[in-house]
Write a protein that binds this ligand. Structure first.
Ligand code: NAD
Length: 289
């Protein structure tokens, strides 16, 4: 297939490379020259504008920083420029309302569109092992699935337009809150004189078990190897966790849903980010406790 790829950053760079590796004609665009160079080295053809990249394609994939950029790129450079009927897949993490708005604009202009945000970080993007949660009509999902499968290990239909974004921010709100809870639990266990590996061995087989503990333990030397064992470098940046928590808070407010734990996690991550920790892994918040 001829696939345009817009947004070749930390995530999009690896994803576009995997589509090229799978044999697609990948037509890439990014504002940053360095990103274009990397895309060329990975087998993509690069273009000077998004409009040129989307001309004549079967599908457009985007991986952009936020909802305002997604809306402006689709309305200015994709709709009316890509062939009518093309499949549009936005994999960026953005707010639910903008995802629905852009999908409605796309449908009105004769395109099929899905929101398909991802779980998994840069390593999973490079390895082609992302999990996609997809919102959109069933026929659009069916068309998007084989493309997404070439960049991921799981592709799940979450519901109608915006449902992929809703699933993503709900999941990440739970992740943020459970990470803070895991961190404070280990600090309390330490204060109470427990050996932390022993506590891990108990709690990981008891009712406190959760992903933040058993797959991403914030305590160095305890549980599997995690960013904690690498000075909290790599992994999932605090700034990105804060972005997702802010999206979750905005969605909760719009929906009138009480989220006291998510709200507290957002406050704690906002303070941690403001103290200059935006680039470190989000499990490093344990150092503040
Ligand atoms: P990034 O900043 O590395 O990449 C974004 C890219 O978009 C940049 O290369 C930038 O030049 C480009 N860009 C910005 N405006 C553009 C425009 N108008 N036209 C074309 N290109 C433009 O960010 P990232 O880490 O790759 O994240 C991308 C998306 O994926 C975000 O929505 C993020 O929340 C989500 N996400 C990131 C991770 C992660 O671990 N990094 C994990 C899951 C989801």
């Amino acid at each position: 297939m001829k696939i345009a790829f817009i947004g070749l950053g930390n995530m999009g760079g690896g994803m576009a490379a995997n589509l090229a590796k799978a044999g697609h004609d990948v037509r890439a665009f990014d504002l940053a020259e360095g990103a274009l160079e990397r895309a060329r080295a990975n087998g993509c053809t690069t273009f000077a504008t998004a409009r040129e990249a989307v001309a004549g394609v079967d599908a457009v994939v985007s991986m952009l920083p936020n909802g305002a950029i997604v809306k402006s790129v689709y309305s200015a450079d994709v709709l009316g420029q890509a062939p009518v009927g093309a499949l549009l897949l936005d994999c960026s993490t953005i707010d639910v309302a903008t995802a629905r708005e852009v999908a409605a604009m796309a449908e009105a202009a004769g395109y099929r569109m899905v929101d398909a945000p991802v779980s998994g970080g840069i390593a999973a993007a490079n390895a082609g092992t992302l999990t996609f949660m997809v919102g959109g009509p069933m026929d659009s999902f069916a068309a998007a699935e084989p493309i997404l499968a070439q960049m991921g290990k799981a592709v799940i239909h979450a519901g109608e337009s915006g449902a992929g974004q809703a699933a993503k921010i709900c999941n990440n709100m739970l992740l943020g809150a459970s990470m803070v809870a895991t961190c404070e639990t280990f600090k309390l266990a330490e204060r109470l004189g427990l050996d932390l590996q022993t506590f891990y061995d108990i709690s990981s087989k008891a009712s406190g078990q959760c992903w933040s503990m058993t797959s991403y333990c914030p305590v160095p030397g305890v549980g599997p190897t995690t960013p904690a064992d690498n000075g909290y470098q790599g992994g999932f940046a605090t700034a990105l966790m804060l972005k997702d928590l802010k999206l979750a808070m905005a969605a909760a407010q719009a929906a009138g849903a009480p989220v006291p734990m998510g709200h507290r996690a957002e406050e704690l991550y906002a303070a941690f980010d403001a103290a200059g920790n935006g680039g470190v892994d989000f499990s490093a918040i344990i150092k503040t406790l």
